[in-house]
Ligand binder design. Structure first.
Ligand SMILES: Cc1cc2nc3c(=O)[nH]c(=O)nc-3n(C[C@H](O)[C@H](O)[C@H](O)COP(=O)(O)OP(=O)(O)OC[C@H]3O[C@@H](n4cnc5c(N)ncnc54)[C@H](O)[C@@H]3O)c2cc1C
Length: 460
């Protein structure tokens, strides 16, 4: 225990009794995230409602060297929100106000606990669009997405969270409240501090508000499903289509094993015989979408698709995208332990990465199933294992390491969107130079000299 009774009394005074959880049953609900192989018990869970409370809690934690792990919805896939050293879990879900939507300047300011889907529903009422779409958007919070620099299928055409982050309010480990960035599209006033905090996985500051850039809602959308007889051809098809100058809003890949598990749990119309499918969405002006759809259908056939279908209507399109969104639950629900990796390579290296992943799985006698945001080179090879079987789990970890090495050899990265967290911290040295890691640690010390914010993450 790092928290004394005296500190607990002070916490109650700051935040009120109704915003504090301490029972074992409650604490265990905050001891894990969306990964299936990490756990750590907090000593206390707090639900602040404003940044002044966060400021007082951090000042108190800093004074007493108590670890603080911020948590949004806990949907991350890297062990990021797990309090491995105990201490406080600071959960932002009660800070869920949309403060302002500025439809003239295409910006919005929201609190960290706003759920991405709720935000998008409000924007849709004003014909506005916020593209970054981690497939956990029904639960994921804006704060968690900023901290992970999340992206999703729209990453291909529209980029990821950092491309929409204009400014933020954050609380430093000392308790100091800082306002960073601004509201304008362009801003070169000093170092880009919001960008530094974006993707820092809760280790530099607690984000309390974010000001985000918006886009007008596209006039028209069309979904296309292409069926392939093998996974490598599907991957090769992606870069050949994109090299023709077409930019679908989304280009997603799902393999046969995952298609079958999705259809077993919710029949949504995916072709279960397909070895792999590519799901595209084209968006923009209606006439452009019509022309690009025709082109994508033609190019899919030219690059080896066995069948290509255009979604008949919005309902069918929604079914396909719901199926895609179910990918991770289909995987996690069908293996005692799943390691969902998110290596990313330059798009033209996808087929080679896929070949290597296949060979690595065969060599280690480990099942690897794959889906991912193929259009931006971000694949999710998911290693199916069982942590309770040490021999199998050791082979699974070796498999993960070999996949990371393959991605790095192909000029890729070990994480495109899930972050390093606990899951990949022991591989960081393979992906970054000692000098670069040293720089990360020095930056951490400037923001958080005592190391109370999300300790134990990113590096070993
Ligand atoms: C089914 C499923 C699909 C997914 N699909 C995608 C996908 O397509 N793309 C993608 O990028 N990710 C995806 N993810 C991963 C995950 O959903 C995202 O990383 C998401 O952004 C996490 O949001 P959260 O609110 O759950 O954050 P949490 O999991 O609670 O926290 C994530 C990290 O952010 C930190 N953090 C949280 N809030 C704050 C804050 N206010 N200030 C500072 N730090 C904070 C935490 O300490 C932790 O390190 C998926 C996950 C699942 C379960």
């Amino acid at each position: 225990m790092t928290i004394t009774k005296e500190v607990i009394t002070k916490i109650h005074k700051i935040i009120g009794d109704k915003s504090v959880l301490v029972s074992k049953a409650d604490l265990s609900a905050f001891s894990y995230d969306a990964t299936s192989n990490w756990q750590g018990m907090p000593e206390i869970v707090l639900f602040p409602t404003d940044e002044r409370q966060i400021s007082s809690i951090l000042a108190l934690a800093n004074e007493n060297s108590i670890p603080v792990t911020v948590r949004g919805a806990g949907t991350n896939l890297s062990g990021g929100s797990i309090p491995v050293l105990g201490g406080i879990v600071l959960c932002t879900t009660r800070m869920n106000r949309i403060i302002n939507i500025d439809a003239v300047n295409f910006t919005a300011t929201v609190e960290a606990g706003v759920v991405l889907n709720d935000f998008n529903k409000e924007l849709a009422k004003q014909n506005l669009f916020f593209p970054p779409d981690p497939q956990s958007f029904l639960a994921a919070t804006i704060g968690g997405c900023v901290a992970e620099n999340s992206g999703g299928p729209y990453g291909l055409k529209y980029g990821v969270f950092k491309h929409y982050l204009l400014g933020m309010t954050a609380v430093l480990a000392s308790g100091e409240i800082v306002t960073l960035g601004g509201r304008t599209i362009k801003n070169v006033t000093g170092y880009d501090l919001p960008l530094l905090i974006c993707g820092s996985e809760g280790t530099l500051a607690v984000v309390t508000q974010a000001t985000l850039r918006l886009l007008p809602m596209p006039e028209s959308r069309q979904t296309v499903l292409a069926v392939f007889n093998d996974l490598i051809t599907a991957n090769a098809s992606v870069s050949r289509i994109l090299s023709k100058g077409i930019r679908p809003a989304k280009t997603e890949l799902i393999d046969n094993w995952i298609i079958r598990r999705i259809e077993e749990s919710a029949p949504l119309g995916l072709p279960v015989e397909a070895e792999a499918i590519l799901l595209f969405e084209l968006d923009g002006a209606a006439e452009t979408v019509r022309m690009e759809t025709e082109k994508v259908v033609q190019l899919c056939y030219e690059t080896g698709a066995a069948d290509v279908r255009q979604a008949r209507d919005k309902q069918e399109a929604d079914n396909f995208w719901t199926a895609r969104r179910m990918g991770f639950s289909a995987i996690y629900g069908n293996a005692p332990t799943a390691m969902a990796e998110d290596v990313t390579v330059p798009m033209d290296k996808l087929p080679e990465l896929m070949e290597r992943v296949k060979r690595i799985g065969q060599k280690n006698d480990i099942m690897i199933v794959t889906m991912g945001h193929a259009g931006d080179g971000n694949l999710h090879p998911c290693i199916l294992t069982d942590k309770k079987n040490p021999e199998h789990y050791a082979r699974a970890q070796k498999t993960a390491q070999e996949i990371f090495d393959a991605a790095l050899e192909l000029n890729g990265v070990i994480s495109g969107e899930h972050g390093i967290g606990l899951e990949k911290r022991k591989y960081l040295k393979r992906a970054m130079s000692p000098e670069a890691i040293e720089l990360l640690k020095k930056i951490k010390t400037v923001f958080d000299p005592k190391g109370i914010l999300n300790p134990g993450k990113i590096w070993e």
